[in-house]
Design a protein around this ligand. Structure first.
Ligand SMILES: [Zn+2]
Ligand SMILES: [Zn+2]
Length: 329
């Protein structure tokens, strides 16, 4: 039984790897186990590598066997910047660290996370991220989020206080007794980080009555990326996405939406972007690649959402899978 479970997991890894849109590499599956990693700074090799985007989680609040909660990692000059951190994202980061040899995705090496809004499917792994191997963190996790981020940060720091006390005041060697603390920052619209030639801009999204909710535009010397977060159709997102290399946008399938109760249809229409609305946005913005994530399908075939968009938009559209990787080709 145990063997079968492992084989199943390996098969799913191979399937996911095959989905990479930049390369059809075959991976030898021999991921190391329980390896402790620490480093003070990125290696020369990491600093020289091209900017990559690793999709850690493409899911929603609905449990999904093949999708972790929402999370997209931008890897630039040896640092990993996460945009949202839904349930399971940190586990995916560990897998991606070894599959793609990206040391900055080792959980205690991840420097930064940006939360688009404070719905649980975007935040549930924040504690996992901040507190996995915290006693070996070089620096506390930097976490940006809307108003309310400091309350969440304080709550999960309180949750880990007993663990911190055991480790700091017991026999265990602790490299960094401050490593469990989170350095939180409240987002205001505008440029919120500039580092090593990467800039992160936050702009208001339109998540109905969940406000504020932010989208992000990330620009490096070789790649421009917009991540919508959760949002209904937004002219501002269309404007920010004009001619970008990669537009990651949430979507709700028009045919799937019809399977909801009238109350939920009303709710989804006010907080999410339907496939036809997204086709309209992409027609205005003309991103080089439109990448769908955080898809709400409600039992319809996932591919149907692609058909719905392609019927109205002639640019490139990709339905992202967990562990897809994108970079400039
Ligand atoms: Zn969501
Ligand atoms: Zn949401």
């Amino acid at each position: 039984m145990k063997t079968l479970l492992i084989l199943t997991a390996l098969a799913s890894l191979l399937i996911n790897c095959g989905a990479s849109t930049t390369a059809s590499r075959e991976f030898a599956i021999s991921l190391p186990s329980a390896r402790i990693e620490s480093r003070e700074m990125p290696t020369q090799r990491e600093v020289l590598e091209k900017t990559k985007v690793v999709v850690l989680g493409t899911g929603t609040p609905i449990p999904d066997a093949s999708r972790a909660g929402s999370s997209i990692a931008v890897i630039h000059k040896g640092n990993a910047y996460l945009f949202d951190v839904g349930a399971g994202a940190v586990r995916q980061a560990t897998i991606a660290r070894y599959l793609y040899d990206i040391p900055s995705l080792y959980p205690s090496q991840i420097c930064c996370v940006f939360l688009s809004h404070l719905h649980s499917d975007h935040t549930l792994d924040l504690s996992e991220l901040a507190h996995t191997l915290w006693w070996r963190r070089s620096n506390p996790l930097l976490a940006w989020g809307p108003e309310g981020i400091s309350r969440i940060s304080k709550a999960i720091t309180d949750m880990i206080a007993i663990d911190a006390d055991f480790r700091i005041n017991g026999l265990q060697p602790v490299a960094n007794s401050e490593g469990f603390k989170i350095s939180d920052k409240t987002i205001e619209p505008g440029i919120i980080l500039q580092q090593d030639g990467l800039s992160v801009e936050a702009f208001l999204a339109n998540h109905g009555d969940i406000s504020p909710a932010y989208g992000f535009k990330i620009v490096t010397d070789e790649l421009s990326i917009v991540i919508s977060g959760d949002t209904a159709y937004s002219d501002l997102i269309a404007e920010k996405s004009e001619d970008v290399d990669l537009l990651f946008h949430e979507v709700i399938s028009r045919s799937g939406l019809k399977r909801n109760s009238p109350a939920f249809q009303r709710y989804h229409n006010s907080v999410h972007t339907t496939s036809d609305e997204l086709a309209r946005l992409a027609t205005l913005a003309r991103p080089k690649k439109l990448i769908l994530y955080h898809g709400l399908f409600y039992g319809t075939e996932e591919a149907a959402v692609l058909d719905e968009i392609r019927a109205l938009y002639d640019g490139e559209v990709i339905l992202a899978k967990d562990l897809d990787v994108f970079s400039r080709e």
